[in-house]
Design a protein around this ligand. Structure first.
Ligand SMILES: [Zn+2]
Length: 350
């Protein structure tokens, strides 16, 4: 008799222990409460923004794109969610996507979007927004869809890297002076800022040697003191993957033109880095390809990690001087540099 009770109590305890974690983990079922889609223009970028509102915080969801059979299909699976009263199939602005479909699959809710371009990481962005009482908006999942050319300012394959970006010259050192009094130190700072923005958007930790118009060491420094101060940013920051110095080219002959990249071969990675930067800059900037060159530049030699020095274009050439001052060209070169870095990481296997 006593034994039977003991067994029963033990059984109850086991049942409770078994149920406890299940109960604790069971998130409440979410329901879709609103749907909105709108073409948005921000700066130079136009995209379709879709907002799916839900009746509670949105946590468990999985985004899948890049399918082999249906490359243009983007799916988002929500764990424990219901469609609610929204329609099952919603037509979208045809420029970015055709339709969005809600589908309940057991406890899961699947959202399927037929995009007009491949559903690769550069063509969409998915994130959540908390409930905004003031704006009267619920918890939302936001899906941004981009068209041909993809999302500006985002490059896949860079996440988790640390990169030093060095805008050449600055402060007392103007660098080369080109057409219309254009100063190298100003162009390098602008392009470096654009590179920084793209890299940060892509999940990179960026270390800038300067963020404004100044000498890094000080106005009275010797050349090697000044350059060593820049190198130190890389050498004293842990786990830096690449040191990148940005410059504009100059020559006594106004006709000199094109893009080139310098490196110092500390290991095989330096030339690989230079090559990938050079190719992507040519692809985006579309200037004459002057190739990559070995050189004993201080910042390349003394950086302990792979390093390169890019010469965007010739500030002393009439056409290229105007391009260097042009924001569209600066954007293209920055995008090229970021993609070149991603290609380098893919090629190096590091
Ligand atoms: Zn320079």
């Amino acid at each position: 008799m006593k034994r039977a009770i003991a067994v029963r109590i033990l059984g109850l305890v086991v049942l409770c222990l078994w149920l406890l974690p299940t109960l604790a983990l069971a998130a409440p079922t979410r329901r879709v409460t609103s749907f909105q889609s709108q073409v948005v223009t921000e700066g130079r970028q136009t995209f379709l923004r879709i907002e799916i509102g839900m009746n509670g915080p949105i946590k468990d969801y999985e985004v899948k794109g890049d399918g082999i059979l249906n490359p243009n299909r983007l799916t988002i699976d929500f764990e424990k969610a219901e469609k609610g009263d929204v329609r099952s199939e919603i037509p979208l602005d045809r420029k970015f996507a055709k339709t969005l479909r809600f589908q309940e699959m057991g406890k899961k809710l699947r959202v399927t979007i037929g995009m007009q371009v491949p559903a690769s990481e550069r063509n969409y962005r998915v994130y959540t927004l908390e409930k905004d009482r003031r704006a009267g908006k619920p918890h939302r999942l936001v899906i941004e869809l981009y068209g041909e050319g993809g999302r500006r300012g985002h490059v896949a394959g860079l996440k988790g890297r640390t990169i030093v970006v060095d805008p050449g010259h600055g402060g007392s050192d103007t660098g080369a002076v080109g057409v219309g009094g254009l100063r190298e130190k100003d162009i390098t700072l602008e392009v470096a800022g654009k590179v920084r923005d793209i890299l940060e958007n892509s999940g990179v930790k960026v270390v800038m040697t300067r963020e404004d118009d100044r000498d890094v060491y000080g106005p009275t420094a010797t050349d090697s003191q000044e350059l060593q101060a820049r190198v130190d940013y890389g050498n004293f920051t842990p786990n830096v993957d690449v040191f990148l110095s940005i410059h504009c080219n100059a020559f006594t002959s106004e006709s000199s033109n094109g893009t080139e990249t310098y490196y110092y071969p500390k290991t095989w990675l330096d030339s690989l880095l230079a090559q990938n930067l050079q190719e992507a800059m040519i692809e985006h900037g579309d200037r004459r390809d002057r190739g990559i060159h070995e050189a004993r530049f201080y910042v390349c030699r003394h950086s302990t990690m792979p390093a390169a020095l890019v010469e965007l274009a010739f500030i002393t050439n009439y056409v290229e001087g105007n391009l260097l001052a042009d924001e569209d060209f600066q954007d293209e070169m920055a995008q090229g540099i970021a993609e070149g870095l991603a290609n380098y990481f893919a090629a190096s296997g590091t």
